[in-house]
Design a protein around this ligand. Structure first.
Ligand code: UT7
Length: 327
């Protein structure tokens, strides 16, 4: 059977940098608290006029450019996001039109911070089964627009941006996706959510005034489930591929909290220096965090041919997943 291979990566983030010192002026917090509890030092924030596609599109174009593939060869466009330009039409269709992927299948998926891994899993199935030849998977988020800037529990955590990969079906290559494992537990949906703005509670002034249209998180409870789930799903995808933990050359975890990343790395016994961390510069960019990290590593030339790369993410739903590939 054909294997889905990543042939290009790209990313784009807003120019505006919001530092912890800036946040000290907005809410009752300190740089010391944010750095010691999360590892975040600064994050990128979209301007008033910028939306998801302003970053998703350049990220996609950079991935296509690296792959040397024209947009019209893409026959599947997936955009993973919970902060699309508009509730509908899907942002993936804006990307599809802008890159000239005429007639391609295009849809958005909602799996919060795990969205990119879900997108990877879907694209993998399409490419292996012959339903598509060239897939573009974008993970992007502009959560700053749905953040309550008076809530110190959440406003210090998130950042905006997008990352993208181009995947090709390849019958010859040893490299490519070795496995993707995806899971969910909807019983825990209340831990991390935007209560209003959907059909249960359509946009209303009352909800806006009660701050119900913004992100709400029970951080501490989410933290505990995150560590356990990320370790379990990473273990699962490695076992399914018949690989040992010490064979992982790069572990790219979702960048939600440095303490989560370190705890998972310890549980998985990832070799020292083989976990990629950039949370200090971007904060938690949700669906964008794994593809942004992957693109940074790739462009820095730090992933070598044949390297085993493990990605894992966790988020609202709750949903979690891991993807494993040979570079
Ligand atoms: O990406 C999707 C998945 N998301 C996650 O996995 C996030 C998981 N959770 C976390 O990363 C952490 O739970 C947080 C960073 C959100 C919070 O860290 P924590 O160590 O769990 O803190 P906490 O929520 O237990 O709060 C401890 C204290 C509280 O004060 P009291 O009640 O002990 O007096 C908070 O009010 O820290 C206080 N606090 C803050 N203090 C200064 C909460 N946020 C802040 C803040 N600055 N920004």
């Amino acid at each position: 059977m054909k294997r889905a291979r990543i042939v290009g990566t790209g990313m784009a983030v807003p120019e505006k940098v919001l530092t912890n010192a800036d946040l000290e002026k907005i809410v009752d917090t300190t740089d010391e608290w944010i750095v010691s509890r999360t590892g975040i030092r600064e994050r990128r924030i979209a301007s008033e006029h910028e939306a998801l596609s302003d970053f998703a599109l350049p990220a996609a174009q950079r991935a296509l450019e690296m792959a040397g593939i024209p947009g019209d060869e893409v026959d599947l466009v997936i955009c993973a996001t919970v902060s699309p330009d508009t509730p509908f039409p899907a942002t993936s269709t804006q990307i599809q039109a802008a890159i000239g992927a005429a007639g391609a299948a295009a849809f958005d998926i909602s799996a919060a911070c795990t969205g990119f891994i879900y997108g990877l899993g879907i694209a993998n199935q399409y490419l292996r089964a012959g339903g598509a030849k060239t897939a573009l998977v974008v993970g992007g988020e502009i959560l700053s627009k749905f953040t309550d800037w008076t809530d110190r529990n959440t406003c210090v955590l998130f950042g905006d941006g997008a990352g993208a990969v181009v995947l090709r079906a390849d019958g010859e290559s040893e490299s490519g996706i070795l496995g993707v494992s995806l899971h969910s537990d909807g019983h825990l949906g209340h831990l991390l959510q935007r209560p209003a703005g959907g059909s249960r509670r359509p946009p209303s002034l009352r909800d806006l005034e009660a701050d119900q249209s913004f992100i709400k998180m029970r951080g501490n409870e989410t933290f505990k489930v995150a560590v356990r789930s990320l370790a379990e799903v990473s273990d699962e995808v490695l076992k399914a591929a018949g690989l040992a933990h010490e064979e992982v050359d790069w572990f790219i975890p979702h960048q939600a909290n440095l303490r989560i990343i370190e705890a998972v790395g310890r549980r998985l016994e990832i070799r020292e220096g083989h976990t990629y961390v950039n949370i200090e510069r971007y904060g938690n960019t949700s669906a964008a965090s794994v593809p942004i990290a992957l693109d940074e590593l790739n462009r820095a030339g730090r992933i070598e041919e044949g390297d085993i790369v493990l990605c894992a993410a966790f988020g609202s739903g709750l949903v979690w997943g891991a993807g494993l590939f040979r570079w």
